[in-house]
Design a protein around this ligand. Sequence first.
Ligand code: G16
Ligand code: MG
Length: 218
Amino acid sequence: DVKACIFDLDGVIVDTAKYHYLAWKRLAQELGITFTEEDNEELKGVSRMDSLDIILKKGKKEISQEKKEELAARKNEWYLEFVNEMKPGDELPGARQFLDTLKQNDIKIGLGSSSKNAKLCLNLLNMTDYFDVIVDGTMITKAKPDPQIFIMGAEKLDVKVENSIVFEDALAGIEAAQNGRFKVVGIGDPDILGKADIVRSSLADITLDELKSLNNPK
Ligand code: G16
Ligand code: MG
């Protein structure tokens, strides 16, 4: 039985992934590092500091920890300029309706986001109340693809892993879910997310029956 759904935020509930990309691109540009949309795929679901390390490595730059903190903070300021413009209705297609359906069917709802800005985003979208449990980047010690974030979510929801389904748009997140033995729905491009149990382009394209059969293969 499906008793809980645990959602990634960026790229699943709301398209903040594009804001992360624009902010990182601006930082990379200032550092003289080429940074494309393809490079960005590697950053999805990855923590702020690890993202910066990936970009610096790509540009073959080594800098002090202090300077890194400063760059990461600058990126976050640019990111927040975009985020603060968000309002209810800016969530991804089908997201709100899907959460409504889960509520109506007494399925618990959790958030498992690597972002330290997750609560702010949910508040701006007026979607906080949907979530029975929120696990965000301020609460975890091990980043995706470690399953810690989703295991913590299931524990706090008081639901077993086998009764939970994870929703993810990033490879690192799909691996995190699978490392924790969760069933996982990929949201995005099947060519990139083929590892997931099923892939849909958005939450508008998945039904409750599909979820149930995912957890109860015939
Ligand atoms: C996300 C994004 C990542 C981002 C990370 C940290 O999480 O996918 O690109 O680097 O959060 O975000 P912040 O800098 O806001 O703490 P998720 O797990 O919701 O996809
Ligand atoms: Mg994501």
